[in-house]
Structures are given as C-alpha cells and as structure tokens.
Design a protein around this ligand. Structure first.
Ligand SMILES: Cc1cc2nc3c(=O)[nH]c(=O)nc-3n(C[C@H](O)[C@H](O)[C@H](O)COP(=O)(O)OP(=O)(O)OC[C@H]3O[C@@H](n4cnc5c(N)ncnc54)[C@H](O)[C@@H]3O)c2cc1C
Ligand SMILES: *[C@@H]1O[C@H](CO)[C@@H](O)[C@H](O)[C@H]1NC(C)=O
Ligand SMILES: *[C@@H]1O[C@H](CO)[C@@H](O)[C@H](O)[C@H]1NC(C)=O
Length: 598
C-alpha cells in the first residue's frame, strides 16, 4: 500500500503535479560561494567563508575524502604517494630546452590537494619576493599580517620573534623530529661554508645560509589544508563538501557567473550536475596552477584564438590565462658512502628485503617521533651563486640517501621496488627564483582531458647557470663529508666541463613541484585577475590559489598559497578591505607602486 502511494506520488511529481506541502524535488540548492577545488587554498576558503552562518558554501573537489590515509598522515609515507591514486600525474610535453623530454608533474588529488602529497617544507620566501610583485597593496608589509594570521608556530619562535611568528593560526610550523648522522654532517659542512641560518622565515635577516628547514607538521603528523582548515568545520550546516566532483565549467548569464556544471559527486551521482549561485554569489577557482587556468579556458575565459580552436564561446578574451606558468627546476648530485646502514633508506628497511623495518613504525606510533616524521629533504640552504645577485637564486635540499636515478622522481618512485638500496647522500639543486616560464593550454574543452603543459624549463639561461653552479656546490660540499665520502654516483666524475654539466642538467632536470603563476594577478594587459583577485572581464569569479602569483617566491609555494587564500577570504568577507579600496584610501597608491610596462 505504502509503496503504491509512493509510486503514485512519484508519477505525479515527475508529471509536474506536486502533492501539497511537498517541496520541489529537484530544486537545486543555491550557494553564496561555490569553491572549485578543495586543495590547500580551497580548504582555507571553505573554512573562512562558511564561518558566517548566513552564507551558504559549496566546496567541490575532484579527488576523494581520504586525507587521513596513513601514507598521507605519516610524513615519510610520501614515498607511496607519487604516481598513486592521490596524484593527478601530469606531465609536460617535449621540453625544448631539456632534450625534448616530458617532465613529470605531481599534483595532489584529494581533499587538501597537493598539501596532502607534498614534502611539507614551510617557507615564506622573502619580503623582497612580494615587493617585487609590484601589485598595489600586495607588498611584503601588507602580507606579513596574513602569514602570521594563519601560522601555528610550534617551534618557540613566536615567543622570541613575535614580529615574524605567531601561534594563533591553524597552519602548523614545526621542526622534523629526526636527524640522520649524514644530515648532521651536512649541517656542519654547509654551515661552515655558507653560514648558519637559524630562521628562514625571519624577514629581518637574510634568507641565505644553511639549517634545518621548518615543516608543516603537528605532533609528527602531516598538516595539510584538509587537517588544518577543513576537518575542524566539516560539521557546519552551511558548508557542503562534495568529493569526487569534477568541475567542468562555469555557467554564465552574459558575462556574469550563475554557477558551475560538474561531474560525479559522492557515490558517482551523475554527470552534468548543476550548482547555482545566489544573487551576487561568486565562483572561486582554487583548482591549482594547472587546473584553474584549464577551468577558466573551458569556461570561455582565455586567449580568443585558442578557445575558438575548441569552439568554446568566448566570454572574456584574456591572453594571459595559462601563461606565466613558473616552477622550481632541479638537478641532483649524489654520492655513495662506504658506511653501511647509515642512509634513511637503509634505516627504513629490513636489510636486503623490501620489508619496512618495524622499529621506526613503532617509534612513530608510540612517540610520533623518529625517521617517519621526515620527508627526506628537510635540511638545506639558500645560496647566492654569485655575490652580485640580489637574492638567493639557489636552494640546496640535502637528502641522507643515495639517488637511484639522476632525475629525482625516479628515486622516490623506485624505492618501493628496490631491494638493495646502497647507502649514500644527495644534494638537490633547485633554481629557487627561476626566471623561465611555460604555459598551460587545452587539449579539449572537456576538463576531464588533461591539458597540454609546456613547462618552459630552462627557457631562461640564468636557470641553467644556477643549476650548474648548484651542482658544483653540491660536489664541493659532498667531498667534505670526511669518513662518509664515497664515489660520486651522479652526475659522476666524467661529467666535468660546463658543457657536460649543462647536458646532464638538460637530460635529467626534474621539478621541485612549485607550479604557480598561470592566472597571474596584476594591473597590466597580461593579468588574468586584478588585485582583488577578480577575473577580468567577467562578474562573480575570482581565482584565489597558487596560480595568481605574479612571480614565483624563493622557497616552497604552499605557505605563500595559504597567505593568498587568507588574504582573499578577508576581503571577500569584508569588501572594504579589498586591495583596490585600500590603495585608494592610502591616496594615489596605485600610481606610486605600479610598475611601468607591466
Ligand atoms: C610532490 C610535491 C611536493 C611539494 N613540496 C612542497 C613543500 O615542501 N612545501 C610547500 O610549501 N609546497 C610544496 N609543494 C607545493 C604545494 O603543495 C602547492 O603549492 C599548494 O598545494 C598549492 O595549493 P593550491 O590550492 O593552489 O593547489 P592544490 O593544493 O594542488 O589544490 C588544487 C585542488 O583542486 C582539485 N581540482 C583540480 N581540478 C579540479 C576540478 N576541475 N574540479 C574540482 N577539483 C579540482 C585538485 O584535486 C586539488 O585538490 C609541493 C607539491 C607537490 C605536488
Ligand atoms: C544555514 O543552515 C541553517 C541550518 O541548517 C539553515 O536554517 C539556514 O537557512 C542556512 N543558511 C543559509 C544561508 O543557507
Ligand atoms: C630553448 O629552446 C629553443 C627551441 O629549441 C631555442 O630557440 C632557445 O634558444 C633555447 N633556449 C635556451 C636558453 O637554451
């Protein structure tokens, strides 16, 4: 009887007859904010924008919800994450200046995004990095308060240096609770030669020097965007989080966003689903430096002639979308050592097997300390390869492990399949203020098809110089390791002249995973978003992630992304704090700070 009534009701509803008192079954819910991409920036924005119970927020994330998977939460678990289901596994196509190779680009695909799969280094870059952005109201002094607002310092620095550190935020900063004997040797040798830097995030002293790098960990566990910002607010009524939801495009009425179309949703709900904005609502793109420009282009925002190739109706002709893609290119020097069992790779294994040594696991489980709190490259240095440089152009990341291949990524992905991983140590040279840039282009109007990425690596020769000098420095430091010194495995002694080193770099260059800049913020013709992060030429869309950086900061890019998202949330919630307004209040600031010709 009940089921008969049900069927009858269904027929009536489908037929357009609604039973009195029954709400329309398919009236789509509407939102004040639709956040496209639940990565590092998206997690923070979901938190801040849903704090006001009068606002309704939808977060759409293509990946799953398993941000507390053991390989994600245990820092050393990163060895299992590259090329896993948590990774988009992008690659570039035929790098012109890197022997025509395709370069692998890891990107996180899970709530928390790349902050769930990254190596956790917690760097802000320098004050000069932001002053050099030359965007009104986005200088270092404007931004330091936002770095501090998000920071949850666990190192004690907030107490001794409250001007630069704070304990008030969720974005944890701590020190790795493990030190390898080889890392100790590195800190001695590099400290002697390059000076010691006790705090890479203190803007009152130079960034150069060697030291342990701070990390985004809390109590020996990974701090991701999801654990820091999302998990604490998942129960809010006005925040809807949908995982497995791939945003296909922004929908428009004229050039005003009305919502988005997406595929999937929890339990594979369906394709071509709509989420709609309320009057005055906004779509906020936080899909990262590859997918944010891809989504804009698929939605009709980008270079006209490129969009027309795919018959995408042009909503705003913005040639800058997808351009200015920047990254941190890297090359490796690796040594073997005659000392057995000293490298982290040996300590992780039961000798001669692929089995994990239970001791570090037990130590982590019971004390949240030891080897598993390390991501491998948590000691290093920032260096000016030439004293005339204004800022460090080189970051050295030290690894207490011998490389299995010269391209960095190989070591990470092959370790799980290698039985006898010889002992050794490595230096990864990173061009930390790289000048080269590439671009993201569509392969299809369908965002489910991976875009075409030209990394543009080494298109500016200065990056090659930095890496070559970095390899030389790595060799020099490595030869001072005393009783640990073994043979140079990569590039190897035979690679001696500058020309040979250049070839080695072109043949082995890989990335330190810092993609940024492909929806650059600015005031000039190349800008995709204005200083309020609003997409030019349309209404109701902002980009608020790592793709808006006008130029790449020196250091890693996660913490600067958190800063950008925090700043954006603040002026989205409080429009009177928008950079455009701030500048006008200061009086003529635009003219004073704008750079001619940008
Ligand atoms: C291997 C690796 C190591 C790194 N090491 C460090 C480090 O040590 N320190 C550091 O600070 N930074 C590091 N980074 C960089 C840092 O993680 C990123 O800069 C940061 O996560 C960027 O934040 P985001 O919000 O812009 O993008 P992401 O965090 O990548 O988030 C983008 C999100 O959007 C989702 N998405 C994409 N397309 C769609 C779509 N169409 N629909 C719905 N969702 C979509 C993705 O699944 C993802 O969750 C590393 C990155 C990687 C990959
Ligand atoms: C927020 O949630 C409450 C409780 O579920 C609901 O009554 C209210 O309508 C929601 N507000 C918005 C703006 O969606
Ligand atoms: C990079 O490659 C392009 C195309 O082969 C070439 O024209 C250019 O000179 C190269 N640039 C550098 C810096 O090597």
């Amino acid at each position: 009887m009940k089921s008969l009534l049900c069927i009858l009701a269904t027929i009536m509803v489908v037929g357009g007859l609604r039973l009195p008192g029954t709400p329309p079954p398919s009236a789509p819910p509407t939102y004040d904010y639709i956040i496209a991409g639940g990565g590092l920036a998206g997690s923070l924005l979901a938190n801040r924008l849903s704090a006001d119970p009068s606002k309704s927020v939808l977060l759409l994330e293509a990946g799953g919800a398993d941000f507390e998977n053991k390989f994600i939460k245990i820092p050393a678990g990163i060895l299992r994450l590259f090329k896993s289901g948590f990774d988009w596994q992008h690659e570039t196509s035929g790098e012109h200046n890197c022997s025509g190779r395709n370069i692998f680009l890891a990107r996180g695909k899970v709530l928390g995004g790349s902050s769930c799969t990254n190596v956790l280094l917690h760097h802000r870059g320098t004050a000069a990095d932001y002053d050099n952005w030359n965007v009104p109201s986005w200088g270092a002094s404007d931004l330091l308060p936002y770095f501090k607002r998000t920071q949850g310092d666990l190192t004690g620095r907030a107490e001794t240096n409250p001007a630069h550190h704070s304990t008030g935020g969720e974005w944890s900063m701590s020190e790795v609770r493990y030190q390898n004997p080889l890392s100790k040797r590195f800190l001695e040798v590099a400290g002697d030669q390059l000076g010691v830097n006790p705090d890479f995030n203190d803007w009152s002293s130079p960034q150069t020097g060697a030291g342990p790098f701070p990390v985004s960990e809390r109590n020996g566990r990974r701090e991701s965007g999801a654990t820091a910002f999302l998990k604490p607010v998942l129960s809010r009524d006005n925040l809807t989080v949908r995982t497995g939801a791939m945003v296909r495009r922004i929908d428009w009425e004229g050039s005003t966003a009305t919502g988005v179309t997406y595929d999937g949703g929890e339990g594979g709900v369906g394709d071509g689903l709509k989420a709609e904005l309320r009057q005055g609502g906004e779509v906020i793109c936080t899909a990262g430096a590859i997918a944010s420009p891809q989504l804009l282009m698929a939605s009709g925002v980008g270079p006209r002639e490129h969009l027309e190739e795919f018959n995408i109706p042009v909503i705003s002709d913005l040639p800058g979308v997808g351009r200015n893609l920047q990254d941190h290119p890297a090359a490796v020097v690796s040594f073997s050592t005659p000392k057995k069992g000293v490298s982290v790779t040996s300590k992780l294994r039961i000798r001669g097997t692929k089995l994990t040594n239970p001791l570090p696991i037990l130590k982590w489980l019971f004390t949240r300390r030891g080897l598993l709190t390390s991501v491998g490259c948590d000691n290093g240095a920032f260096v000016k390869t030439d004293e005339s440089k204004e800022q460090a152009d080189l970051q050295i990341r030290f690894l207490a492990a011998r490389a299995l291949g010269p391209d960095g990524m190989t070591t990470f992905t092959q370790f799980r399949n290698t039985r006898n991983h010889g002992d050794g140590y490595s230096f990864q040279a990173v061009a930390t203020r790289a000048r080269s840039s590439g671009r993201v282009r569509l392969a299809s109007s369908n965002t489910n098809v991976k875009p075409v990425i030209d990394g543009g690596y080494l298109s500016d020769e200065r990056d090659l110089d930095t890496l070559r000098n970095g390899l030389k420095l790595g060799r020099e430091l490595g030869s001072k390791f005393g009783e640990y010194v073994g043979e140079e495995v990569f590039p190897g002694k035979a690679c001696a002249t500058d020309e040979q080193l250049n070839k080695y770099i072109r043949d082995t260059l890989h990335t330190a995973n810092a993609l940024t800049g492909s929806c650059r913020m600015g005031t000039g013709a190349d800008a995709v978003v204005d200083p309020d992060l609003k997409v030019r030429g349309v209404t109701g869309v902002r980009v608020c992630d790592s793709s808006i950086f006008p130029s790449i900061p020196g250091g890693q890019t996660g913490t600067p992304t958190v800063m950008v998202a925090e700043r954006a949330a603040d002026f989205i919630i409080n429009p009177e704090k928008a950079p455009s307004k701030m500048v006008n209040e200061v009086g003529g600031g635009v003219e004073q700070r704008e750079v001619v010709g940008v």
